[in-house]
Write a protein that binds this ligand. Sequence first.
Ligand code: SAM
Length: 264
Amino acid sequence: MGGDQWKKAVTDAWDEMADTYDAYVGTQADYYRTQVIGPGLLAACGKVRGQRVLDLGCGQGYFARLLAGAGATVIGVDISERQIAHARRREAEHPLGIEYFALDAAKIDQEWPPSTFDLITSCIAFQDMPNPFRVMESVKILLKPRGRVVLLVEHQMNGTPLREWERDESGRKIALRVDRYFNTGPRETTWTLNSGDTSRTFRFPSWNRTLEEWSTVFAQAGFLIAQLTEPRPTEKQVEQIPDLDDCSRIPYFLIFDLVPRGSG
Ligand SMILES: C[S@@+](CC[C@H](N)C(=O)[O-])C[C@H]1O[C@@H](n2cnc3c(N)ncnc32)[C@H](O)[C@@H]1O
């Protein structure tokens, strides 16, 4: 799939998914998000009060709202107009001062002056982008000299072409079979989202990348990895929500804390 075809496929898929996704996120039923992704990424960002933050692939604004709630001045961008419409509606209902724009993350350097942001974030969106190197080049221009980039992506251990939980008779997860870790490139991801009484299955394009490939993208774009985190639930969280057990055993998510090379 060429760049324009990819862009159209991603935009169409997320436009189509946006209403169900917004309702699903709104239910707070996604415990991976509420217990691991959101708190893990916010903790990795550190103190954000008073910072100007750009959130890439913001969707309906889930993480932008967490940032604003922690005192940041936030702009969210997403390639899907429909996701942005939901984000703006939520902002109108509960104002936090967040601005949202429908934009391709690969082109953000054309939208703001250089050195505008203290922090650039992304919550589980970079794995849907075909050219993260190009995005990081734009990010580098918009970042203030001592700025940081904090990105959460799906861990490759959660997206390999062969990935299947072995279960016992009661359905309990025994062990994860993972294979073809190095088979990277485009893939189709399938998600079933439950919101209230409705359950719908969606397909959208995303991309498998090994840790080595991610680190190469960031190095070539001129960034150093300051910290790498594999967020996971605590024992107490697993006691409270037993279904979180799987991602306490295998990393499902990965957070990169990046600084421009030579900024220290
Ligand atoms: C899994 S959703 C995550 C949304 C949101 N960050 C959240 O945590 O709910 C991935 C989002 O990335 C967006 N996206 C994918 N490619 C993009 C691009 N090139 N530029 C901007 N947004 C993009 C999609 O439209 C989608 O809303």
